[in-house]
Design a protein around this ligand. Sequence first.
Ligand SMILES: [Zn+2]
Length: 396
Amino acid sequence: MKKPVFLKLERDRKYLIGARGIVDVRTGQVEENVCLAVEGGRIRWMGPADSELEFYLPYYLTPGFVDCHVHLGLGLDGEKDGLRVVERGERVPVEVRKRLKTCLHHGVVLIRDGGDKYGVALRARTAVADRMVEGPETVSTGFALCKMGGYGSFLGRPVSGVKEIEDALEQLADLKVGQVKVIISGIVSFRNFGEVGKIQFTSEELEFLVEAARVRGLKVMAHASGREAVMLAVRAGVHSVEHGYFVEEDTLEEMAERGTAWVPTVIPVFAALQRADESSGTVVKNVVEKTYRKQLETIRRAAALGVKMGIGTDAGAVGVGHGEAFRREMALYHEAGLTPRQIWEMATLGGAEVVGAEQDYGTLTPGKVAAFLGFRENPIWKPPHLLQPDLVAYPV
Ligand SMILES: [Zn+2]
């Protein structure tokens, strides 16, 4: 892929930037010949272009992409790599720096990390915020909450009962995480269609967790697949449902009503198709195909019902690369029947809302972070996966 031009906006400088146009992802409308005043890494003012411009960008500007679900600390170099990183005292491993940079190449300026056991993503979050490392701003969940002997121990720590949940939340709050991640169910089977790992939390535990997070100002990101698990998550009041395979119509309606967000992560399942042949039966091709097609159908239904959605790749999972998977995920939403404008909105403002950063990202508006993309042609009516940003701007 061709590299975009990087425009690094220094936080201690002021800029007056002219642009060919600015795209409103909500309406699809374009304001032509606009001037942006940027200071402290944020857009301070917008208006018609005048003659005192510092430079002119011959591009249509859009907000940067938001990947709502990644794992910076997974699949680094074998299972134990996160631990090795911690033992070596490495602040941010080279591989993670590369991942962050790759996100920017692909126009991803904000990510939410779904957790790792060793705090790799937390370190990356802090290093980016402290400007030690270049990368998208990272909302980290630190370590995920799971159950002893259940699914997800490689993402976090097992907790049982309200006392342990309370203690874990206290620790997460001390670590200044951006959200809390909980693993409510196992994963979708690639061998038997419709089968999902079992439910690991009770409704009492989940309600307690959501409330304990809320009093600490934290939203809850819940890994849940299967009809029952998603319903449990929604009823407990989680902020976003991750994966959500086999969620049914009645739950989607409830999500639309309550404003529960959904991050469908199709690409990790789609990517499994490629390894079906060499997996000696653990991945069955037609099961994987049926599963992802079912998910695409559900995405179309959810969009029609008005469920709030964000795009998440689960990058770090097997076969899912940071940054590049974002475009592949968007392609699948197009295949699902969503319009380019719907996908654009999900990829930017929708994602910013899911991540809880809509005050800083998602639109090009005074007050928000100056992280944006530039395209030579007006991109809003084209499916975004067919485009490559010609310019990526972000504060440094
Ligand atoms: Zn994940």
